[in-house]
Write a protein that binds this ligand. Structure first.
Ligand code: IMP
Length: 191
């Protein structure tokens, strides 16, 4: 199997993960840059699926070859699900994790539950649309820990004392919201 697919994202961290997971399964993943598509899509949806759909549709309209889009984010229970779909815009770049940590200052460990969620939208060569979901539960740490991954990974504990940013790429992909959603996508194609 060698399927060409465009990854509809300008997020470097996501792109690296999408390329790694999908190329190991026989896909040829093109970035927007490689597909010579220069576009900044405004995420006007209020849900992960709306945003995943609008990103995939916009790119499919231009490229007319299969597209995959990922909309994802961090939902913190103590913050009633925030930052959620607004994870990428929760604060100035470089200040987002600090904002979460500050809002959870003095919150006891058992109340720091959170989850990463991901919605993948796939549009195939016939313009058929499919959605796939993945989630990963954990806790918000008290400080940044670890150097790997991106975004909120350094403050998301997958087990006590171990953040997502302390895992190797393969360890993260095996349990992450994105890895799980992509696994469903790959299984769907193999059916
Ligand atoms: P969007 O899907 O483009 O709206 O961006 C989602 C945002 O959620 C990213 O910019 C990150 O801040 C965060 N996010 C999504 N997935 C991950 C992840 O795997 N690790 C850390 N942060 C993530």
């Amino acid at each position: 199997m060698n399927r060409k697919i465009i990854a509809a994202t300008n997020n470097k961290g996501k792109l690296i993960e999408l390329v790694k997971i999908l190329s190991e399964r026989g896909f040829e993943v093109l970035s927007l840059k490689q597909a010579a598509i220069e576009i900044d899509i405004e995420e006007t949806g209020t849900t992960f699926e709306e945003n995943a759909l609008l990103k995939a549709r916009e790119i499919y309209k231009i490229a007319k070859i299969p597209v995959i889009a990922d909309d994802s984010g961090l939902e913190v229970d103590y913050l009633n699900g925030a930052p959620g779909v607004y994870s990428a815009r929760y604060a100035e770049p470089g200040k987002r994790r600090a904002k979460v940590l500050e809002k959870l200052q003095n919150v006891p460990y058992e109340k720091r539950t959170a989850k990463f969620v991901c919605c993948i939208c796939y549009i195939d060569e016939n313009a058929d649309e499919q959605l796939f979901y993945g989630a990963c539960e954990g806790k918000i740490s008290y400080e940044n820990k670890g150097e790997n991954g991106f975004g909120y990974d350094p403050i998301f504990e997958v087990r006590e004392g171990v953040t997502m940013a302390m895992l190797t790429d393969d360890e993260k992909n095996a349990i992450s919201h994105r890895g799980r959603a992509l696994e469903k996508f790959v299984n769907y194609l193999q059916k």
